[in-house]
Write a protein that binds this ligand. Structure first.
Ligand SMILES: [Zn+2]
Length: 285
């Protein structure tokens, strides 16, 4: 059986937070077996913590926000860090933050994922926990569809279609491992339709947003710095986001997830249904 892992030493990522535009420093620290992924807000009195778990999700608009009902700690946009930890098979870590939002970096998971690998992976003296499907989970919500099937590894097949141009209808499918994440997913940047930018800015969000960290969908074109990193960069980013949202079950996931046009709301709903299925199976024993 595979063992649980943590990081060998701190992994530090610094930069601008996407929404507040403030400077932010994030440190990924080692933690004992069965800690899970815990976010710690060192800028708040008493440095309160919140466990990365689907039960703690409080907002899913544009990004995934978690909050603890007992400590008051909250963190917005956890998905790129969670995705990197999931793909690197890090089961236990404390994520120390000096504000509510992590650095957006270049809009991809790369700085987090590479930071974790550079810090090193430390095997621990406890067996790893896996979430495995007892039965398929299928649901539709609006124009989104998600189907989760049992599998011996994590595989995601995803179709996007935003309707701004033919360029945003994309498909990609891959088995998720540390190696494939590095090769196929880590560099995929976040994106925003130009039409939504106005609303986002009017809402006082995306103060740190720029072409340094996002692709803009505008008038039949994809506008970005230094060209696309992958021809289907949008769908790869969506898969990367999903790997992070699924990790909110608190265990490495083994399943094949097929998605059509899903996003944070449906990903977090899936994670909640996965926890429900697991609890029902445990109760039936
Ligand atoms: Zn994202």
């Amino acid at each position: 059986m595979p063992k649980q892992n943590t990081v060998k030493g701190p992994a530090v990522v610094k930069g601008i937070a996407l929404h507040t535009g403030a400077r932010a420093t994030l440190r990924i620290l080692p933690a004992p077996p069965d800690t899970g992924i815990v976010f710690r807000r060192i800028d708040m009195p008493g440095a309160p913590e919140v466990l990365a778990n689907a039960r703690n999700v409080v907002d899913v608009r544009r990004a995934t926000t978690i909050a603890s009902r007992t400590t008051g700690a909250f963190v917005v946009t956890v998905e790129h860090i969670m995705s990197s930890l999931h793909a690197a098979c890090v089961d236990n870590a404390v994520i120390e933050m000096d504000g509510p939002e992590p650095p957006i970096a270049d809009g991809s998971a790369k700085p987090y994922f590479e930071g974790i690998l550079e810090a090193g992976i430390q095997e621990q003296d406890a067996e790893a926990h896996f979430w495995t499907a007892k039965a398929p989970i299928v649901f539709e919500e609006g124009s989104a569809m998600l189907a989760l099937l049992p599998a011996d590894d994590l595989r995601i097949s995803f179709t996007t279609q935003f309707g701004y141009s033919d360029l945003d209808t994309q498909f990609f499918s891959c088995q998720v491992t540390t190696e494939t994440f590095r090769k196929e997913l880590e560099g995929a940047r976040t994106f925003c339709p130009y039409k939504e930018l106005e609303q986002v800015i009017a809402a006082g969000l995306a103060k740190g947003g720029s072409l340094d960290n996002a692709i803009i969908l505008h008038d039949g074109a994809l506008i970005c710095k230094d060209g696309l990193r992958y021809p289907n960069e949008l769908v790869r980013h969506k898969i990367m986001d999903m790997i992070g949202d699924l990790y909110l079950v608190g265990k490495r996931v083994h399943a094949h997830v097929m998605s059509v046009k899903s996003g944070h709301p449906t990903h977090c709903k899936l994670a909640a249904l996965m926890l429900e299925q697991e609890a029902a199976a445990a109760a039936a024993k």
